[in-house]
Design a protein around this ligand. Structure first.
Ligand SMILES: *[C@@H]1O[C@H](CO)[C@@H](O)[C@H](O)[C@H]1NC(C)=O
Ligand SMILES: *[C@@H]1O[C@H](CO)[C@@H](O)[C@H](O)[C@H]1NC(C)=O
Ligand SMILES: *[C@@H]1O[C@H](CO)[C@@H](O)[C@H](O)[C@H]1NC(C)=O
Ligand SMILES: *[C@@H]1O[C@H](CO)[C@@H](O)[C@H](O)[C@H]1NC(C)=O
Ligand SMILES: *[C@@H]1O[C@H](CO)[C@@H](O)[C@H](O)[C@H]1NC(C)=O
Ligand SMILES: *[C@@H]1O[C@H](CO)[C@@H](O)[C@H](O)[C@H]1NC(C)=O
Ligand SMILES: *[C@@H]1O[C@H](CO)[C@@H](O)[C@H](O)[C@H]1NC(C)=O
Ligand SMILES: *[C@@H]1O[C@H](CO)[C@@H](O)[C@H](O)[C@H]1NC(C)=O
Length: 787
C-alpha cells in the first residue's frame, strides 16, 4: 500500500516535470493541522476519519498524505498538502481552521534559548559547553538508552574519574558511555527498613523507573536531540544546559508502593559522588527541614562544599506559603521555579457551542475530549472553589481555566441540566508575556532553619519543562491507560535545580579558580530582576509583584554571570562560624563540620552573602549592621560606586560608597546598615515584605551607569554590574491552603472536567480568590512531580 503510494507519487512528479515549462511547476508540500467541525460531517460518512480521508482524496493534484486523525485532542487531522490543496480544503463546509506544523521554531528545553545561551558567544562557548565538568545527580535513576545521553563526538572520560557503572536489574557497565560516565544505586537503607523495591514498578539498579531522574539529568547535561516533543507540544531541538558535561547518576529514590527514600541512602549517594570525583551536584529532592545536622542534604552538601563541589538543590514545591523553603542551608544554592515564555493551551467548548474558553493544558495532542460531563459544585462554596471536592461527584479529566472565563462557565451551568464540554488540545504559544513569573508552587522564604539568610537564592526555569523521560512508564493517564513518551513536560523546582547546576558547570569551566560561593554570587548579583515586559516579577499566586522571598536575587542570566565584576566569596571557615552562631551543641557542630576541636571563637550569623534580610519579629522598629567583603574578579583594577534603592520605611546606609580595587582578586570591605521604622512604613497589600536593591556600578568601566536620576536607576538595574537584593521580611500568614490542590488532585485521579469558581471569595488581596486564580493559570497538577 505504501509502496504503491510512493510509486504514484514518483510518477506524478515525473509527469509534472515532463510537462513543466514555467517555474511554478512543483508546489511545495507541507504538513498542516486542520481543525474541522464534526457536526458538519455529511450524512453518508459514518466516522469523521472517513470524512477526512475522502475529502483529502478529492483534492486536485498530488494525493495528500494523511498523517493523523485526532480523536481526542481536537476535531480534525494532519496531512501533507500543497498550498492550493489547503486553499481547496479551507472552502469545504465544516473547515474550522488550519495551520502549518511548527518545526524548529521552538527550541525545546527551549529554556536554553530563554536563558540566552548562544553557540558562538557568551557563556556557552566560554564555558566550553561544560566540557570536562562532571555533574552528579541524585535522583530516581537514569534511562541510559535515551537519545539525550548519547556521546557522539565526546572526548574520552576524564582520567580523574573514579566512578563506575553498577550492575543491577536491567543495568550493566556497558550502559555507560562518554556522556553517562557513572551510575550507581543506593537502597540498603531502604531495604533495611524492610521495604522491598517493587519488582514490577522499579528496578533494583540505577535504571530509572519514574522518569524524574532522566528528566533532571537531561536538563542539566543532555546531548542535542532533534525533533523532541511531547505529543506535538514544544517541538524542537532538546539540549541540556551544559551539553558537553559528563553525567553521573546516583539513584537514591525508589518505588515500593509509596515513594520513599532513606536518608542513609541519600547520604551514601552524596558520599559516593564526592568519592567518585564529581565537580558539581544537583539534588531535586528534599527532606523535612530539620536542623542542619539532622538533614542528609545539608550534611552531604557541607562535605561537598569542602571539596569545592558546587551543590544546587530544589527549593521545594510547597509554595506559596512563607517559610516553605527546603534545602535552605547557606552552603547550598537553593533554586526556585519560574515560568518561561512558552505556553501550552487547550480550548474548551461549553455545551454545543455555547461558548469557547482557553485554558492551560499539556494534554496529549492526539486525543479528543468530547461531550465530557462538566462538574461544578453548585451552591456549595467549598465545592465551587474546589477547596473540598467529593470524589464521588467527579470522574474524568481536568483542565484549569481562568476565572474571567469562570463567569461564562457559571452562565452555562445556570442554563443547563446536564452540562458537557468538548476540549481541544494542541496549542503551543511562544514568546508569552510576562515571563518569567514565580511559579505558585515554588517554595518561599524565609528558610526556617536560618531566616538570617535570604532564601531562595535564585529563580530558574521550572514550569512546563520538556526533557527526556523513561519510555516505558506512562505519565499521562487516559482513561484506565497511560500514554508512553520519550520526552515529558514536567513542572517543579526539581526542574529548576538542574538548570542552575548546568549553568554552574559552564561558569566553573570558564573560571576554574572560582569557589562554589563565588559561582553562586556571580549568578545572584547578575540575575535579572525584571521580566520580558520590563516589569517586576509576577508571583503567580497573587498575580502581582513578588518579592525576594519568592524569587531570591532574581532570575538567572547565564551570560551576565560569566562576568560579574565583583563577587561575595565565602570560605569553609566562614560557614563554620555561621554554624557556631546557630547555638548548636558541640556535637551537633561536629556532626556537620567533622571537626571536634573547633572553638567557635568567631561565631557569626552575618555570612558574606550576596543578599540581606532583616526580620521584624513582633516589633515596629529595628536596625541592623551588615558587613561584607567584595572580591574583584575582573582582570583589571577598578572603582565601584554604590547605588541604593530603598523602599519607604527603610533607611539604608553603605559605608564606604566608593570602593577602589587593585588587581584581580583584590578585596575590599563595606558595611551596610539598615534602619526600619514601621511607623512610616507604607504597607502595600501586594507585598509579603518590602525590599530594595544595592547596586555597585563600575565607574568609567564597561558596565558604568548613570546614577543621577531615579529613572536612570531603573535602567541601570537592568544591565547592572552587581545587584544585591535587600529584603525586609515581614511575613503575613497567607490564607490559602493546600486543600485546593489536594481536592483537585483527587479529581484528576478520578477524572472529570472540574470547573472551580473564583467569583465568590473573600474581599482582600490574600483571599482564596487569588490562590484559585493563579491555581487556574498554573500548570496542570497532572504534570507536577511528587517532590
Ligand atoms: C550488558 O547488557 C548488554 C545489553 O543487554 C549485553 O549485550 C551485555 O552482554 C551485558 N554485559 C554484561 C557484562 O552483562
Ligand atoms: C513501602 O514503604 C512504606 C513506607 O515505609 C511501607 O509502609 C510499605 O509497606 C512498603 N511497601 C512494600 C511493598 O515494601
Ligand atoms: C459543602 O460540601 C462540603 C464538602 O463536601 C460538605 O462538607 C459541606 O457539608 C457542604 N456544605 C453545604 C452547605 O452543603
Ligand atoms: C544564641 O545564643 C545567644 C546567647 O544566649 C543569643 O544571644 C543568640 O540570639 C542565640 N542565637 C540564635 C541564633 O538563637
Ligand atoms: C584540631 O584538631 C586537628 C586535628 O583533628 C589539629 O590539626 C588542630 O591543630 C586542632 N586544633 C586545635 C585548636 O586544637
Ligand atoms: C521571633 O520571636 C519568637 C518569640 O517571640 C521566637 O520564638 C522566634 O524564634 C523569633 N523568630 C526569629 C526569626 O527571630
Ligand atoms: C506597631 O505599630 C502598630 C500600628 O502603628 C501599633 O498598633 C503597635 O502597637 C506597634 N507595636 C509596637 C510593638 O510598638
Ligand atoms: C575586612 O574586614 C575584616 C574583618 O572585619 C578584616 O579582617 C580585613 O582585614 C578587612 N579587609 C580589608 C581589605 O579591609
Amino acid at each position: 500500500m505504501e509502496q504503491i503510494t510512493a510509486l504514484q507519487l514518483l510518477f506524478s512528479i515525473l509527469i509534472l516535470f515532463g510537462k513543466a515549462t514555467s517555474s511554478s511547476m512543483v508546489e511545495e508540500r507541507r504538513t498542516y493541522i486542520i481543525h474541522m467541525d464534526k457536526s458538519s460531517m455529511p450524512v453518508p460518512f459514518t466516522t469523521h476519519h472517513h470524512w477526512y480521508t475522502s475529502t483529502l482524496a478529492s483534492l486536485d493534484g498530488i494525493a495528500p498524505t494523511h498523517l493523523y486523525t485526532y480523536n481526542h485532542v481536537m476535531n480534525g487531522f494532519s496531512a501533507v498538502l500543497t498550498e492550493s490543496q489547503l486553499e481547496q480544503l479551507e472552502k469545504i463546509p465544516g473547515h474550522v481552521a488550519s495551520h502549518p506544523e511548527r518545526f524548529g521554531q521552538l527550541h525545546t528545553t527551549h529554556t536554553t534559548n530563554f536563558l540566552g545561551l548562544k553557540k558562538f558567544a557568551g557563556l556557552w562557548p566560554k564555558g566550553g559547553f561544560g566540557d570536562d565538568m562532571i555533574i552528579g545527580i541524585l535522583d530516581t535513576g537514569i534511562w541510559p538508552e535515551s537519545e539525550s545521553f548519547k556521546d557522539h563526538g565526546m572526548p574520552p572520560v576524564p582520567e580523574r574519574w573514579r566512578g563506575i557503572c553498577e550492575k543491577g536489574i536491567d543495568f550493566n557497565s556497558s550502559y555507560c558511555n562518554k556522556k553517562l560516565i557513572g551510575a550507581r544505586s543506593f537502597s540498603k537503607g531502604l531495604k533495611q527498613l524492610g521495604i522491598k523495591i517493587s519488582p514490577r514498578d522499579d528496578y533494583d539498579s540505577p535504571r530509572d523507573y519514574f522518569g524524574h531522574g532522566t528528566h533532571t539529568s537531561s536538563t542539566a547535561t543532555g546531548s542535542r536531540v532533534a525533533n523532541a516533543n511531547y505529543f506535538g507540544y514544544a517541538e524542537g531541538t532538546a539540549v541540556g544546559v551544559a551539553p558537553l558535561a559528563r553525567l553521573a547518576m546516583y539513584k537514591v529514590l525508589f518505588l515500593n508502593d509509596t515513594y520513599e527514600s532513606a536518608s542513609s541512602d541519600t547520604l551514601a549517594g552524596i558520599d559516593q559522588a564526592i568519592e567518585d570525583g564529581v565537580d558539581l551536584m544537583s539534588m531535586s529532592l528534599g527532606f523535612i527541614e530539620t536542623p542542619y545536622w539532622e538533614n542528609p542534604i545539608s550534611l552531604g552538601a557541607f562535605a561537598a562544599l569542602e571539596k569545592g563541589i558546587f551543590v544546587s538543590c530544589s527549593a521545594g514545591n510547597r509554595g506559596p506559603h512563607a517559610y516553605t523553603i527546603l534545602n535552605g542551608a547557606p552552603w547550598i544554592t537553593t533554586v526556585g521555579a519560574g515560568t518561561i515564555d512558552r505556553g501550552f493551551a487547550a480550548s474548551v467548548t461549553l455545551g454545543e457551542g455555547f461558548a469557547t474558553v482557553e485554558g492551560k493544558s499539556v494534554y496529549p495532542e492526539n486525543l479528543l475530549v468530547f461531550g465530557v460531563p462538566l462538574y461544578y459544585g453548585h451552591g456549595n462554596t467549598t465545592k465551587e472553589t474546589c477547596s473540598s471536592l467529593d470524589p464521588k461527584d467527579i470522574a474524568g479529566k481536568i483542565v484549569a481555566i481562568s476565572p474571567s472565563d469562570g463567569e461564562k462557565v457559571e452562565e452555562y451551568l445556570a442554563k443547563t441540566k446536564q452540562p458537557t464540554v468538548d476540549i481541544k488540545f494542541q496549542v503551543t504559544n511562544l514568546g508569552t508575556k510576562p515571563a518569567p513569573q514565580v511559579a505558585y508552587f515554588s517554595s518561599r522564604g524565609p528558610a526556617r532553619q536560618s531566616p538570617w539568610i535570604l532564601k531562595p537564592d535564585i529563580l530558574a526555569p521550572g514550569v512546563e519543562i520538556l526533557a527526556a523521560w523513561v519510555p516505558n512508564r506512562g505519565f499521562t493517564p487516559i482513561g484506565n491507560d497511560y500514554l508512553l513518551t520519550d520526552f515529558e513536560i514536567v513542572s517543579g523546582t526539581s526542574m529548576s535545580s538542574p538548570h542552575i547546576v548546568g549553568i554552574a558547570a559552564l561558569l566553573k569551566s570558564a573560571h576554574r579558580d572560582w569557589s562554589s560561593a563565588a559561582i553562586r554570587s556571580a549568578m545572584m548579583t547578575t540575575a535579572d530582576i525584571v521580566d520580558n515586559s520590563n516589569g517586576r516579577f509576577i508571583d503567580m499566586t497573587t498575580g502581582t509583584s513578588g518579592t525576594p522571598l519568592d524569587f531570591g536575587a532574581g532570575h538567572v542570566n547565564p551570560n551576565k554571570a560569566l562576568d560579574p565584576g565583583l563577587v561575595y566569596d565565602i570560605d569553609v571557615e566562614n560557614y563554620i562560624n555561621f554554624i557556631c552562631a546557630l547555638n548548636y551543641t558541640q556535637n551537633q557542630i561536629t556532626a556537620i563540620t567533622r571537626r571536634s576541636n573547633y572553638t567557635c571563637e568567631n561565631a557569626n550569623l552575618d555570612l558574606n552573602y550576596p543578599s540581606f534580610i532583616v526580620i521584624l519579629n513582633n516589633t515596629n522598629t529595628t536596625s541592623y549592621n551588615f558587613k561584607r567583603i567584595l572580591t574583584n574578579v575582573a582582570d583589571l583594577k577598578s572603582v565601584y560606586r554604590a547605588v541604593i534603592q530603598a523602599p519607604s520605611g527603610m533607611k539604608v546606609v553603605v559605608e564606604p560608597m566608593t570602593i577602589s580595587f587593585g588587581s584581580k582578586y583584590s578585596k575590599a570591605n563595606f558595611s551596610l546598615s539598615v534602619e526600619i521604622d514601621l511607623g512610616q512604613f507604607v504597607v502595600e497589600s501586594d507585598y509579603i515584605g518590602n525590599y530594595g536593591y544595592l547596586s555597585w556600578y563600575e565607574v568609567n568601566g564597561k558596565h558604568s551607569a548613570s546614577s543621577d536620576t531615579l529613572a536612570g536607576i531603573d535602567q541601570a538595574i537592568d544591565d547592572d554590574v552587581d545587584v544585591i537584593s535587600l529584603s525586609l521580611g515581614f511575613v503575613f500568614d497567607p490564607f490559602f491552603q493546600n486543600p485546593i490542590s489536594l481536592g483537585t488532585f483527587g479529581a484528576v485521579e478520578k477524572g472529570i472536567f472540574v470547573a472551580c469558581s473564583a467569583a465568590n471569595s473573600g474581599p482582600d488581596a490574600y483571599s482564596i480568590m487569588n490562590g484559585l486564580r493563579q491555581w487556574a493559570q498554573g500548570p496542570l497538577i497532572e504534570t507536577m512531580p511528587l517532590w
